[in-house]
Structure formats: C-alpha cells, structure tokens
Design a protein around this ligand. Structure first.
Ligand code: PYC
Length: 332
C-alpha cells in the first residue's frame, strides 16, 4: 500500500530550496523552482510538484543546466520580448520575462514572449494565470522530448507539448487550463506506473506498437495524441510555435542534442498576451460572464481552473508519497 508523509507548504518549499542549493543552484534559481513546485503541490498538480525534483537534480548534476544562470530579457520590438535563459530552468526565465510581457500587452493590446535556452519541466498554468491575474488573456506552449506518435504513425516525433490558456475574470477565479496534447502527460503515466494503476486504452502503445493500458509498457513505447488527428494537429502547432517561432529546438532536435540524463532538455517556450480591455473594449466582462453563466448552468460542467483554485484555499499540510520524500531527502 502507498504510504504518505504530511508536509506543510512551507516545509515543501524549504525542502526543494535546500535540495536545489545543495546541487548547485544559486538563491534565485532555487527560489524560482521552489515557488513553482510548491504552487503545484498546493493546487494538487502532483505530476508537476515534488515528483519533478529528481529530474531537476539529474540535470544539475550532469552539468546540462546551469543552476547559477542569469536569464537576460530584451525587447525586440515594443511587442516582442525575448528571454535568453542562458541554460537555466524555465521558472527563473519566466519570472524575468512575464512582467515585461504583461506591461507590453496592457499597453499595446497584444504581445509575445519567446523564451530560449531554457529547460522546461514544469506546469504551464503559472505563466498564463500570471497574465489573467492582471486582466489579460494568456496562451503558452512548449515542446518537449519526442514521446508522442503523430496520428497515423507508431514512432514518436512530438513532445507531450503542453498548451495553457487563461482568461481573466476580475474578482473571480480565472478560466485556466493546462493540458498535454498527448492523451496523458508522461508524468501522469509514470505516476500511474509507480502506483500500480492502469491507464485508459488510447493513452499509448507499448514498445512493439500495440495499444496498451499498462503505463510501464507505454513508458517504454510511445504516447498517442489526444483526439486522434485533431490533437495531433495541435501538437504540431505547439512544435511550430515553441520551436519554429522561437528558433529553439524541435522535440526531435532536443532528443538528438540531449545528454540523456533524464532531466529536461533545452528548448523554447512561446507565451502570448492579449488585452480584452484594448481588443474587445468596454463591456467585455459582462458579456463574457453571461457566457460563463450559461456554461455553468449545464449539469456536469466544470470551469477549467476551479478545482485548482479550490485546492488552493486549503492552507493545511499536503500528503506526499513517502518514498518520494525519502528519495528527495537523499539528494541533499
Ligand atoms: O508536463 O510534460 C510536461 C511538460 C513538458 C515541458 C513542460 N512541461
């Protein structure tokens, strides 16, 4: 039976910070990682919380990621912002770039942030929620290691290629989703394998190309895109936005150039901001709330982001897989 250890959010943050410093991060990089993973645990996004610590540490220990990197932000035009992460993990580069993106979006109406030289392993909702919390619409996507077979094929070419969207609802919880364009994120497949659970048919293929419900077999094979050809097209779009448009590595290039340490490869991210105040003009909030009311009135409908925000209201300790805590503690 799986055993759990209770940790407060402060203890989670302190543990991550300590492990990252012990493995070569400076204070800024460690704090950005502790912040992003603690927020994931707080909101119940376990596959992006402490579960990621061993992977981050592998990338630090192999020297692939520079835990002391100082990302550099530049405006290419008033509406196009670039952050060169200089080999850091994504959260610090985002912390540097998002305020500049939000300011430009609020001023101009639409702005884009391209991030390069980063190693992204985290949830994407923090990026888009940052914009929604400032009254802006946010769209973010990143490409990852090839793990997903394009529809019709049995060979991995796309990453899990998550995409996040957030819509502001001043005074209310923003609409916010963050989803892998794979039928299931690889982190969730790995957690299912660890916990001895099966996954739905359609999640992926085993190493021989056969459909499987065994997460351990899928981890050795390939994931499938969600929704067949439609999800496959969106996964392709993510490759183009996160790699083609940023001039960073496509997923297949990330694999070719990665050292195979198990940590996140170097890649790019695209974050786009839109201002409803400037684009839609007066009255957009009331208009959108009428739509939201209709949506909520339908039985069984849940507004994306609400469950995470509900979890967030619980400030008490979180139950964390005890073996994971032992593994992480040994990394100090
Ligand atoms: O959750 O699979 C993921 C992911 C990949 C890159 C960033 N997050």
């Amino acid at each position: 039976m799986t055993e759990f250890t209770e940790l407060t959010l402060e203890q989670i943050s302190a543990l991550i910070n300590e492990v990252m410093i012990a493995n070569g991060c400076d204070d800024a990089n460690a704090a950005a990682l502790a912040d992003i993973m603690t927020r994931a645990e707080r909101d119940g996004s376990h596959s992006h919380g402490l579960f990621r610590v061993p992977g981050y540490v592998k990338a630090l220990r192999s020297g692939k990621v520079d835990g002391k990197a100082k990302p550099v932000v530049a405006k290419k035009t008033p509406a196009i912002i670039h952050v060169d992460g200089r080999g850091c993990f994504a959260p610090l580069a985002q912390a540097v770039g998002l305020p500049v993106l939000a300011e430009a979006t609020a001023e101009i109406g639409v702005a884009a942030l391209s991030l390069t030289g980063i190693h992204h392993f985290a949830a994407l909702w923090p990026e888009t929620e940052y914009l929604a919390d400032r009254g802006l619409v946010g769209i973010a996507c990143t490409a990852y290691m090839p793990m997903v077979a394009p529809a019709g094929s049995k060979a991995a070419l796309f990453g899990t290629n998550p995409i996040s969207f957030a819509w502001p609802r001043p005074g209310k919880t923003p609409v916010c989703y963050d989803m892998a364009t794979a039928a299931m994120a690889m982190g969730d497949v790995q957690i299912a394998a660890r916990d001895g659970k099966s996954v739905p048919l359609g999640t992926g293929l085993d190493a021989d190309g056969n459909p499987s419900t065994d997460p351990a077999a899928i981890a050795k094979g390939v994931l499938l895109p969600f929704g067949g050809y439609k999800g496959s097209a969106i996964a392709m779009m993510v490759e183009l936005l996160a790699a083609g448009l940023t001039s960073e590595q496509f997923s297949f290039e990330a694999r070719e150039n990665d050292n195979g340490d198990g940590g996140p490869p170097r890649g790019g991210e695209m974050v786009i901001g839109l201002s409803p105040d400037l684009i839609a003009g007066d009255g957009w909030q009331e208009h959108v709330e009428r739509f939201m009311d209709r949506l909520r009135a339908l039985e069984g409908v849940r507004i994306p982001g609400e469950r995470r925000h509900k979890n967030r209201l619980d400030t008490g300790p979180r139950e964390i897989n005890a073996t994971l805590i032992e593994t992480i503690t040994a990394l100090k």
